[in-house]
Design a protein. Sequence first.
Lengths: 255, 94
Amino acid sequence: MSDDTLNKALFEFLCRMGDNTLVLGHRVSEWCGHAPVLEEDIALANMSLDLIGQTQLWLGLAGELEGAGRSADDLAYLRDAFDFRNLLLVELPNGDFGKTLMRQFLFDGFQSLILTELTRSSNERVKEIALKVKKEVTYHLERSSDLVVRLGDGNEESHRRMQQALNELWPYVGEMFIDEPEDKLLSEAAIAPLPSSLKARWETLMRPYFAQAKLNVPDEGYAHKGGKHGTHSEHLGFILAEMQFLQRAYPGSTW
Amino acid sequence: MKNEWPLWEVFIRGQHGLAHRHVGSLHAPDAEVALKSARDVYTRRNEGLSIWVVKAEDITASSPSEKGPLFDPSQDKVYRHPTFFPMPEELKGL
């Protein structure tokens, strides 16, 4: 395998990591000023900023590796939807507060497992980023799991909403664990784990929380996919229209 | 409002502080969530090393109207104030 092939695979992978945090960070930021209570408003805004910060690291490294002179900002603001590599899960509309939390919880579990693996990456730069962001993500998971348990095992209405959120989001979980050709190359080079290898651990990690939250985990069933190689739902286009407007309308502007 | 979460008082021990200081309050359904919210609301700028949260209703406070009887008597007893001793220079943090 040539270095070039491996580099391209790593670029794809870094875009997947960076686009997940970018798109989810944008979604979470939509709550700013709208959360049900002040404390949650601030917590969500914090988390959104954490995710955007992580994006800068992943996409920054992607741009560097690509060697075409693109910065993290260029990748975030000047690519089209079909160039985005995020999971469909993170681009879904927020729904109610419970659904936003459930989406966060499903993602945090996955993210914490993949980051644990990446802290042992054979690629020093990837390892460095993973070590840096692991703490943030550990906290995100603590927080989202806490709230999922409290709302799931809360009152009748909160339980109903959390169960509905889980049912609606479940078909988007499977995509996290699909191996793409790039994943196989990176796994052989010990740079990143095979997503499929995380599935059993994700179940082990998440099931106790679902049980505590008194939520029924849906059957495996159908999994939506396509995000990892650029086939997105219509929602991503709307996110990008808002997120990229300024740089598209006023190229290079800063403030 | 009946459905509102209870109020918690937040105390934070800062980078160089020796004791926890009251920094504010927040609403939360229970202690664990209060702790996490305190982290998000009050330590965003690297202020803290340790957080305490206490349910506001569990704090017994002196009444402002008792201020006179409680505190005035100590004002005219200067011999109780520790101002007659020079502080050793090695002593930090007081």
